[in-house]
Design a protein around this ligand. Structure first.
Ligand SMILES: Nc1ncnc2c1ncn2[C@@H]1O[C@H](COP(=O)(O)OP(=O)(O)OP(=O)(O)O)[C@@H](O)[C@H]1O
Length: 328
């Protein structure tokens, strides 16, 4: 069953332009000029209940704008959105009780109060009966290992503890759909891993649908089988993460353990040498040259071991973004 339905979604921001200096200010006051910024252009997709989907794109690609439209924070310029059969920008209480948005760079917990006080406020806002609030608090704080710190003022928590408390606050009302914008931003690797495994467990336990943006590929590879790729406001890929890598990986890694060391000049005859450590060599070989290269290495060199692998997904995706021109 689909819970997120997006059809021909577009958003154009209108920004006023102002020249520098006093004259610019006077001109701006009497006669404004505007420029259109097309942030999202004709995007369509559906997401089924229980899916965790990664939303990828370079800086300024349109991810946050899309998430803001999906959560009803801004009005689309065009197109239709249905989240659990509701139109987000109408901000109907039924819709608000079924979804949650967590932004890594924004916080909803009150800075000077213990996190527990903010959680109690949320429970009142979402009309959660006290008994259920206590049960959920117990369960989520155990899953997040954050029980002890909930009585401390939020400003005294570490970044990782704060993000855990933010997630707890966002999930108290058990939303069916969870939008996460960079939830692990700036966290140390241990906290990132803790947040990832919590999200996985939460998704499995409650079949929550999650749409996630992250610049850390480890988040995406650990959680998302499916990804949406947005480039300059347009959806350019919707599918399996592994297929994306396959499509955009022009080369394979050939790892060879030689019986004796060879000079890099000699090795260069067989392909681009990426790393060399004693007798262990890593070549980058174009897909179409793979069979010939392996045959040549095995025929002409004394080899103890040979294996072929794909380059890390992080590298592939950053290459897609850095190419600028994405052609599927
Ligand atoms: N309120 C706004 N007014 C005008 N332009 C905006 C506004 N918000 C975003 N934009 C522009 O819209 C485009 C998309 O921005 P958006 O924040 O959605 O990208 P993003 O993919 O989330 O980027 P990042 O990964 O850097 O957060 C950018 O060109 C940005 O400058």
């Amino acid at each position: 069953m689909s819970v997120i339905n997006v059809k021909n979604l577009s958003k154009t921001y209108k920004v006023s332009l102002k020249k520098p200096g006093f004259k610019g200010t006077i001109d701006h006051f009497f006669k404004r000029t505007y420029r259109d910024i097309v942030a999202v252009k004709d995007v369509s997709f559906t997401i089924n209940s229980g899916e965790i989907v990664g939303f990828l794109g370079a800086n300024g690609a349109g991810k946050t704008t899309t998430l803001k439209m999906l959560t009803g924070l801004i009005h689309p310029s065009n197109g239709k959105i249905k989240i659990v059969d509701r139109t987000p920008f109408k901000r109907h209480p039924t819709f608000l009780k079924k979804m949650s948005l967590v932004m890594g760079q924004k916080q909803q917990l009150l800075w000077d109060l213990p996190a527990l006080d903010s959680l109690k406020i949320n429970a009142a806002v979402y009309e959660i009966p006290d008994k259920i609030f206590q049960q959920r608090l117990q369960e989520l704080s155990e899953m997040l290992s954050i029980k002890e710190q909930l009585n401390q003022p939020v400003r005294k928590l570490s970044l990782g503890q704060r993000m855990k408390a933010e997630l707890l606050a966002a999930l108290l009302h058990h939303p069916q759909v969870l939008f996460l914008d960079e939830p692990t931003l700036g966290l140390d690797v241990n906290s990132q891993a803790a947040i990832r495994s919590f999200l996985k467990e939460y998704n499995e336990r409650y079949e929550a649908t999650i749409l996630l943006t992250s610049h850390y590929m480890a988040d995406i590879t650990a959680l998302c089988e499916r990804v949406l790729l947005i480039h300059e406001g347009q959806l350019i890929y919707d599918g399996n993460l592994e297929d994306l890598v396959e499509k955009f990986t022009p080369y394979k890694e050939v790892n060879v353990e030689l019986s004796y060391p060879l000079s890099s000049e000699k090795l260069a005859h067989y392909g681009q040498v990426e790393t060399m450590k004693g007798q262990e060599v890593r070549f980058l070989v174009k897909q179409e040259d793979l069979t010939d290269t392996i045959a040549k290495i095995l025929a002409q060199l004394e080899v103890n071991d040979l294996s072929v692998s794909d380059p890390p997904i992080e590298e592939v995706v950053s290459q897609i973004f850095s190419r600028g021109n994405v052609d599927l």
